[in-house]
Design a protein around this ligand. Structure first.
Ligand code: CA
Length: 233
């Protein structure tokens, strides 16, 4: 469910927004003050924020700047709600990192349309189309892997393994985790099976470039540009 955070101290407007957003199927978190809002943004990680300009404690613009400076929340689209005719405020808001603004009083359909547009613009909400690591490119739509311009043929298990590794480069995945997430819970396979398929994956991938799969002794595997294998494999 997509969460919209409303940061608005005016009760009538907050209620109106909450009612209409919920009617559209959004989950709504409504905050009425600056300090609480900041803590709440970090906790709820909303998909879009409707941010009022004039708020107690912190102004909308201060909140906007704070959000943009926090790595884990900085990409959340922010729509500023500004009072009519305050051109200078709009410019300040956009400079502070707001993605869009609507002028009060606004029509509900207009605001809903703006929310949809801004959600589309947020890259993390769109499904990933490809993963890239160094010269390895995985096309998730066509389910094909390339190294440079060379097509790499992988079996379905090797494909899923590589996909898991490429989703978070550098992260070490344990054999148990890979078994559960690549093979699924239902099938009984030994942890050695992971090693067998990693070997196959390496063989196919390394035909056209260096070995980026790192074996971490007694733990598992990662995809990593630092290819020094701890077990010398
Ligand atoms: Ca206000």
């Amino acid at each position: 469910m997509t969460t919209v955070m409303v940061i608005e101290d005016e009760e009538a407007l907050g209620l109106l927004l909450k009612y209409n957003l919920e009617k559209e199927g959004y989950n709504v978190v409504w905050e009425t003050s600056g300090n609480k809002a900041m803590a709440s943004v970090e906790k709820c990680c909303p998909s879009v924020i409707l941010l009022d300009w004039m708020l107690p404690e912190l102004s909308g613009i201060e909140i906007c700047k704070m959000i943009r400076n926090k790595p884990d929340i900085k990409d959340i689209p922010i729509i500023m709600l500004t009072a009519k005719g305050e051109e200078e405020d709009k410019i300040k808001g956009l400079t502070a990192g707001a993605d869009d603004y609507v002028t009060k009083p606004f029509s509900v359909p207009e605001l809903m349309a703006r929310i949809k547009t801004n959600l589309r613009r947020a890259p993390e909400l769109l499904p990933e189309k490809e993963y890239v690591f160094e010269d390895i490119r995985m096309d998730l739509v066509e389910r094909k892997v390339f190294r440079g311009d060379k097509y790499i043929h992988l079996g379905p298990t090797e494909f899923r393994l590589l996909k898991m590794l490429m989703e978070t480069p550098g992260k070490v995945f344990s054999r148990e985790f890979l078994l559960k997430n690549v093979w699924g819970n239902n099938i009984y396979v030994e942890s050695r099976t992971v090693d067998v398929h990693i070997r196959r994956l390496r063989k196919s991938l390394n035909e056209y470039g260096p070995d980026y799969i790192r074996t971490v002794r007694a733990t598992g595997y990662a995809i990593d540009a630092n290819t020094a294998n701890e077990d010398g494999e």
